[in-house]
Write a protein that binds this ligand. Structure first.
Ligand code: PMP
Length: 461
């Protein structure tokens, strides 16, 4: 076996990577030809790669590094816990101090009576838990026929068979036998792309009322739950019209079905409150958490249940759990991460200080000729690229052509932004400073200019 390190030449690292490492959501042969970018170190909002570039990470990894890279306290919390108790499970009537501490802390932070935590190692696992949990809840209440879970097209809830089925990504459903039965999808509240002649408010109501129509179609007594992200993330940061969530809350209340808020991205300060449910003013029965829970320093996720849901589930043996449910090292790191978010005033900063500054600069991107709408809540935002703002037109080329072009220009300018179709999205570490926000905008503008020139040169607009 070859000995490699971060000092090994990039081409050698890339060749070995291509030979043995299979990447998620990637066409392997294409990547092998191009060579993967090798990230070697990171601090704050900045990544270093093996070619010596310093890259501004406006995506916080995969929307997760909320406290930024390089926080020594988190490494120390992990080290301490590994020396004291590196592993023990929480099956078979046992527990340990990190799981107890983290659960109590989450109960304190979560809104309303969301006071009970079931752990997983990821958002996907947590949503698989939720699928079994809501059906078990209704079976325990004497309504086992309540099997249907309603979700939305273009939602992302994970990549496992259960969570991928809950999600509404058609490209994912096309592979590997998804969706599994018992899951129905309604349309997303994406006014820019799908709103037609309706005002945003009218459109928000129309999309929310699809939930009511779907409940009536399936039979109100057959529906277990509705699951949604407060703001769709991986679907392109789709901020719903203001009319949307109040109407959804009315409908779930009226039909008495459970509401699952998938807070995997929106949680832990991303929207300017601890949870997106607070920003959107909704009252979920269950919240899915992951990502910002540990700022990505350890793989940990979970489901936070209301008093009532937890009481019903606790009445039976819930035959479900993972080896790493409530992993002590992950719990210790998450707890320290929550302390940092709280003590450093990071969540408050997103709401009152750097968040509003980012929003102001982000809104100004609509002055660029390529940008239609700019939507941002807290520190998750997206812009729609368009050849014609007034008509909210899509490009004639395949969806994603312009977005991909723009993302490549961002990479070349040492800025990580992501594209979803022809929307460009940001979700930076919540510790981003004002001067880093300025840098982000200079590079984003420059990349938009270059993409604009390229689109014109190739006759695509
Ligand atoms: N739910 C949402 C809203 C997500 O954004 C994600 C991941 N992007 C997941 C669930 C799945 O989480 P994981 O990748 O940790 O399994």
């Amino acid at each position: 076996m070859s000995t490699i390190s971060t000092n090994t030449p990039t081409a050698e690292l890339q060749a070995l990577d291509a030979a043995h490492h299979m990447h998620p959501f990637t066409t392997g042969t294409e990547l092998a030809e191009k060579g993967a970018r090798v990230i070697t170190r990171a601090d704050g909002c900045w990544l270093n790669d093996s070619d010596g570039n310093r890259i501004l990470d406006a995506m916080a990894g995969l929307w997760c590094v909320n406290v930024g890279y390089g926080r020594r306290e988190l490494a120390q919390a992990a080290g301490r816990q590994m020396l004291e108790l590196p592993y023990y499970n929480t099956f078979f009537q046992t527990t340990h101090v990190p799981a107890i501490q983290l659960s109590a802390k989450l109960a304190e932070l979560a809104p309303g009576d969301l006071n009970h935590v079931f752990y997983a190692s990821s958002g996907s696992e947590a949503n698989d838990t939720n699928l079994r949990l809501v059906r078990t809840y209704w079976a325990e209440k004497g309504q086992p026929q309540r099997q249907w879970v309603i979700s939305r097209w273009n939602a992302y809830h994970g990549s496992s068979v259960g969570s991928g089925s809950l999600g509404g990504m058609k490209g994912m459903h096309a592979q590997g036998g998804m969706p599994i039965p018992g899951i129905a999808h309604i349309d997303q509240p994406n006014w820019w792309a799908e709103g037609g002649d309706l005002s945003p408010e009218e459109f928000g109501l129309e999309r929310a009322r699809q939930l009511e129509a779907k409940i009536l179609e399936l039979g109100p007594d057959n529906v277990a739950a509705f699951i949604a992200e407060p703001i769709q993330g991986a679907g392109g940061v789709i901020v719903p019209p203001d009319s949307y969530w109040p109407e959804i809350q009315r409908i779930v209340d009226e039909y008495g079905i459970l509401l699952i808020a998938d807070e995997v991205i929106c949680g832990f300060g991303r929207t300017g409150n601890w949870f997106g449910s607070q920003t959107m003013n909704i009252r979920p029965d269950i919240m899915t958490i992951a990502k910002g829970l540990s700022s990505g320093y350890q793989p940990i996720g979970g489901s936070i249940l209301s008093d009532e849901v937890a009481a019903v589930i606790s009445g039976t043996e819930f035959n479900h759990g993972y080896t790493y449910s409530g992993h002590p090292v992950a719990c210790a790191v998450a707890l320290e991460n929550l302390r940092i978010l709280q003590d450093d005033g990071i969540v408050d900063g997103v709401r009152d200080d750097t968040g509003p500054y980012l929003q102001e600069r982000f809104a100004s991107l609509t002055d660029h000729p390529l940008v239609g709408e700019a939507k941002i809540v807290g520190m998750m935002g997206s812009i729609a690229l368009t050849p014609d703002k007034a008509a909210r037109a899509a490009f004639a080329a395949d969806a994603g052509t312009a977005g991909f072009m723009c993302r490549e220009r961002c990479f070349a300018n040492n800025l990580i932004m992501r594209h979803v179709g022809d929307r460009m999205i940001i979700s930076p570490p919540l510790v981003i400073s004002r001067s880093e926000i300025d840098t982000l905008f200079e590079r984003a503008w420059q990349s938009l200019d270059e993409a604009h020139e390229q689109l014109k040169a190739e006759g695509l607009m």
